[in-house]
Design a protein around this ligand. Sequence first.
Ligand code: NAP
Length: 256
Amino acid sequence: MMPAMPGHDLRTAFITGASGGIGAALARVMARAGIQVALAARREPELSALAATIAAEGSTARVYPVDVGDPAAITAAVLRADDECGGLDVVVANAGVAVQRWSGKIDWHDCETMLDVNVVGATATLVAPIARMVERGRGHLVGVSSLAAYRGLPKLAVYSASKAYLSALCESLRVDLAKAGVAVTEVRPGYVRTGMNAGAGKLPLELTAEAAAQEIFDAIVARKAVHAFPLAMAAAMRSVTSLPNALWDKIAPKMT
Ligand SMILES: NC(=O)c1ccc[n+]([C@@H]2O[C@H](COP(=O)([O-])OP(=O)(O)OC[C@H]3O[C@@H](n4cnc5c(N)ncnc54)[C@H](OP(=O)(O)O)[C@@H]3O)[C@@H](O)[C@H]2O)c1
């Protein structure tokens, strides 16, 4: 009997935010699909425990403890993983933080953390491998944005803005890099039950981290430009982008 075909040609992937939530689930999905994974985040014990689980399942995982808010450190980690894995096929900028607060009460500390991780960290993660991928004529960059990127959401001013930034960054990278053989996929999940929303009650159309990870992996394999999910919530968020501001300003505050 012929062995099952993997349905993709990906050998290696670097994933930030792999110590928990969507990133850890994506690492497991990719490892089960035969991809060697490089796990990055700050919490080394969580990364090592995940690497051990993946190894016990017969796949390979390497651990890269790093704060993505330090651009030099995340750049060095991506390049080291590229060397150690024999060339990264996929780099996923997944690490992210969200502070939910009414804009009348936000302070710079909240803003700084989200900008460091969601903007500086994601940019440094995605930019780090580009020169090598262009040289190889092969590679795939993935940005984990959010449905919050579609419009400025209430109590999520900086988070929404940071994800809109990441979405625009991915789009520009995509149009620039296609001719160099480097693909770019941007994913926009809706609510996913992770540490990010621990303590929140049942959220509309919420997904498990495992279900979200499978959606993201399928979008990468399909080399989709943008994948927003779940479909019903993505359709709703896309539709509000065409609402006039006067209407959005009335509806939005009722959303949270
Ligand atoms: N959950 C949702 O409903 C939802 C919806 C849409 C989009 N998203 C996006 O999905 C991505 C993953 O979120 P999640 O829900 O899985 O959140 P999570 O469970 O809170 O995980 C966040 C991950 O980011 C890492 N991280 C945070 N700050 C970091 C830093 N300075 N340096 C390195 N890693 C850092 C964390 O690891 P360490 O603490 O170990 O560093 C952790 O692994 C985020 O970009 C988020 O915005 C989530």
